[in-house]
Design a protein around this ligand. Structure first.
Ligand SMILES: [Zn+2]
Length: 382
């Protein structure tokens, strides 16, 4: 039988989460949304208001004799989360409030010397702990590449040239806070889900930063697979005996549809360009080669989307990075190719959308990871 303390925490967590999802909700509405009694709700909310986690606002009376209902809100500043995003270009360490708003940020430059980079990130986490004005719930870490789920060891982060690096062990040294971690694309998907209103329950977030990764939300949950490696669509084969990929296989999707594929194609046609956003800019200025390369890349993106659509039947595919930045150019080309490739029954109701969070998505996802544990599992006062 669950202990009294466990039940108390679970009930507080339930109430906090209802208020987070429905700002301004009243005690009566909480009673309608849960199986808790009005007395229990009054006690729980009073405790949370005293603890500074909730704020209440009196509303005008609904009837002349009626009592004035009270609107309840989560006090965003009452607890904080630390989010760390390590990506191929640099790392950001942020301190964020319960609504995801960043209040402090420290940037760390990328370093192929993993120990040096992790030591700098560790120092940044300590600085933010020092600066925080409220209890910190935990540290969420977003890592590019393949992770060992039980330890947080980075097995391979190709773009950083990291192999078998004990990243999480190095970051948590001497810090008495819970640490949570996942790869960049899963956390981008989590951010899109956690901070969106209204929420989508079935979508795929395809990230185009340094290769192609994807996070899958199905039935309102982040899907992880047996070894937490689901969604590596960048390495699905789109051409038999095709181009050699960094992963060791041939003909992977990211060799045709990613930033590096686009830069290579542009440079093979005369170039020069250093990165995908530059090619998008050139295309907007009317550069014929850039427009041709974008068309070719859009066709390759649509080929992969056609596979994702038949495999997962999502309501939306969300994109980031250079595809989101050049969405006005990419969108019509992708749809045209996709319609030529798949029957309408697969595409009815499907939305293709650029991420609202653009390049901040995995950092926000690292924060969302801490918040999702707090609101759903550990209980607000735990
Ligand atoms: Zn590959």
């Amino acid at each position: 039988m669950p202990s009294k303390a466990f039940l108390r925490q679970a009930n507080e967590s339930l109430v906090m989460n209802l208020i987070r999802e429905n700002p301004g909700i009243s005690r009566l509405e909480i009673a309608n949304h849960s199986k808790l009694s009005p007395t229990a709700i009054t006690m729980i909310t009073a405790r949370l208001v005293r603890g500074g986690l909730l704020r209440e606002e009196k509303l005008p009376p609904t009837t002349q004799l009626g009592r004035r209902p009270t609107a309840l809100y989560v006090e965003a500043k009452s607890r904080l989360a630390i989010g760390v995003e390590i990506n191929p270009f640099d790392a950001q360490v942020v301190l964020a409030e319960l609504n995801g708003r960043t209040v402090e940020e420290i940037d760390v430059p990328a370093n192929t010397d993993a120990d040096a980079m992790l030591a700098e990130i560790h120092g940044a986490i300590l600085q933010l702990i020092e600066k925080s004005h409220a209890p910190i719930l935990g540290v969420g870490v977003s890592v590019p590449g393949i992770l060992e789920p039980s330890t947080g060891k980075v097995i391979a982060a190709t773009n950083l040239h990291w192999r078998n690096i004990e990243a999480i062990a190095a970051l948590r040294r001497g810090i008495d806070l819970p640490f949570y971690y996942d790869n960049n694309s899963n956390l981008s998907a989590l951010a899109e889900w956690w901070f969106a209103a209204p929420r989508l329950s079935n979508f795929v977030f395809v990230t185009f930063r340094g290769g192609i990764g994807a996070g899958v939300i199905a039935g309102g949950h982040l899907q992880e697979g047996a070894s937490r490696r689901m969604g590596e669509f960048g390495h699905m084969t789109v051409e038999i005996d095709g181009r050699q990929c960094l992963c060791g296989s041939q003909g992977c999707w990211e060799e045709y549809a990613s930033d590096r594929a686009m830069v290579r194609a542009y440079n093979e046609l005369g170039g020069p360009a250093d990165n995908a956003p530059e090619i998008v800019r050139l295309a907007r200025q009317g550069d014929a080669t850039a427009l041709r390369v974008i068309e070719q890349t859009a066709d390759s993106i649509a080929l992969g989307f056609g596979n994702i659509v038949v495999a997962l039947n999502p309501e939306a595919i969300i994109v980031d990075d250079f595809v989101a930045a050049g969405w006005d150019l990419f969108e019509p080309l992708i749809w045209k190719n996709l319609r030529g490739r798949r029957q309408e029954l697969w595409l009815a109701g499907l939305r293709l959308v650029p991420s609202e969070h653009a390049s901040d998505s995995s950092r926000l996802g690292a924060v969302a990871l801490v918040l999702s544990k707090y609101f759903r599992e550990s209980g607000p006062l735990g």
